[in-house]
Design a protein around this ligand. Structure first.
Ligand SMILES: [Fe+2]
Ligand SMILES: [Fe+2]
Length: 146
């Protein structure tokens, strides 16, 4: 497992070569998710209005779900042997993201604990990219051009 440059908040995310997954489109989508996450935490840091923070979290979840769809197409096209398992993991994370979003939408942001919720997205997304996606990295790196 490569070193991950993540400390206490997603604001400290650094894009690393370890995140390159062997497919330009997937790399772009992963970068977008990082940026979404950084912007979301910045809104919290700036004490932005809660509905704005919830809306940004919603966009992040939409971007993540769209990235799952693209990734599934690429893995299917390149005949990744553990395609079914990977797609099942995506579904599980989609549920977790949806639950986190629903929790955020059910509160008004007036409590400190509410404002901690958006910070959960960063560790979740790093988990998606490093623990789960690394499983297909070498597969894609050896299928260049497919
Ligand atoms: Fe991914
Ligand atoms: Fe994935």
């Amino acid at each position: 497992m490569p070193e991950v440059a993540v400390t206490s908040t997603p604001l400290s995310f650094q894009w690393l070569d370890a995140f390159e997954m062997g497919n330009a489109e997937i790399n772009d989508l992963h970068r977008t998710l990082f940026e979404d996450c950084r912007e979301l935490v910045q809104l919290v840091e700036d004490n932005a209005a809660w509905p704005l923070i919830v809306a940004k979290a919603w966009f992040l979840v939409e971007d993540c779900v769209r990235h799952f769809r693209v990734e599934a197409i690429v893995l299917n096209r390149t005949r990744f042997p553990r395609y079914a398992e990977h797609v099942a993991q995506h579904r599980k994370i989609e549920e977790e993201l949806g639950a986190l979003l629903a929790r955020m939408a059910s509160v008004d942001g007036s409590q400190a604990e509410h404002r901690e919720l958006p910070r959960c997205f960063g560790p979740l997304l790093v988990d998606v990219m490093l623990r789960l996606d690394l499983d297909y990295r070498s597969h894609l790196l050896h299928k260049d051009g497919l």
